[in-house]
Design a protein around this ligand. Sequence first.
Ligand code: ADP
Length: 369
Amino acid sequence: SASSESLPSSRQRPNSETKETANPAPSVVAPPLPSSESGTENEQDGLKEMLEEEIINSLRGVDKTAAKQIFAEIVVHGDEVHWDDIAGLESAKSSLKEAVVYPFLRPDLFRGLREPVRGMLLFGPPGTGKTMLARAVATESHSYFFSISASSLTSKYLGESEKLVRALFAVAKKLSPSIIFVDEIDSIMGSRNSEGENESSRRIKNEFLIQWSSLSSAAAGNNKDDAGDEDDERVLVLAATNLPWSIDEAARRRFVRRQYIPLPEPETRSVHLKRLLSHQKHTLTEEDFITLLTLTEGFSGSDITSLAKDAAMGPLRELGDKLLLTPTESIRSMALKDFQSSLNYIKPSVSQEGLERYEDWAAKFGSSG
Ligand code: ADP
């Protein structure tokens, strides 16, 4: 009677040539429903709503409006990112697999000494793929993905933020295995004495730390007082920051793994550039690519993306208004010169001194590997 299908295949992605998730709104990614092949979208939506309703009603001591908000805005649906979409970062990928993905997929193997960590921090210069990595982890580990941007938490939900934090953790536990991803963690976990800290952000931070601790004690395995579940609560707090040094020490310690996401190496930039150009008519030779690699020293992944996008406009720009009447096939291919002229104004977003600061912090506080 069993169907031949074991795991839902997350490899099916209908229209996913380019994945630009520059600034995803706060959201939650739901793992594909096992029955995703049957049922219309409407039916599935209805089913989802019923499930949400049921989950919300089953939570005790949690504000219902806040819980609804979690489902509406904090759970990310769709737009999957896979490991292969991310150029390079091999050591970060294997570290995330070991710390998160394998434990989520094979909980039986990761017990006792192999108990997975409850907190992992991705830090490094902006635009290096931290958010993409987090989303890939969610896709590849088939877990629910709760994505909150700290700034949206602090501004938008003023006064309601603590309720939202409580609801977030409650729903994440209920739907475990799940990942709570906090982008810009520094803005809620800033150092206690920093001048900017006001009463409300202090309260959010405390609530977050309390909720997070409650996870860890359940994870330690002894007397879980939560009713019922046989399964371990597999909830991971995954966070990203461009400003690791401004994170409060108590919070920093809770991130047992601190993974440095550096600027891309030349080979990574090459892979990234070639991938970006793979759907575009161009005349770049192998030699041109080598020239480009020297010219893009110090560029982050998103700097490379911006550069390629700008360079792609080159052939159109020179047409001016004639563009409107030119047939597609008569538009010239992209060439090295397009990159060279874009390089006049697209500059790396991290300076050398900025970079040194990251490397110092990585040497002091980063997890090796
Ligand atoms: P971060 O979170 O580190 O600031 P993101 O993950 O949001 O950076 O990346 C921003 C954009 O830059 C991505 O949407 C993608 O277009 C591009 N990008 C950055 N790093 C990579 C990478 N390693 N591979 C592919 N694209 C990348």
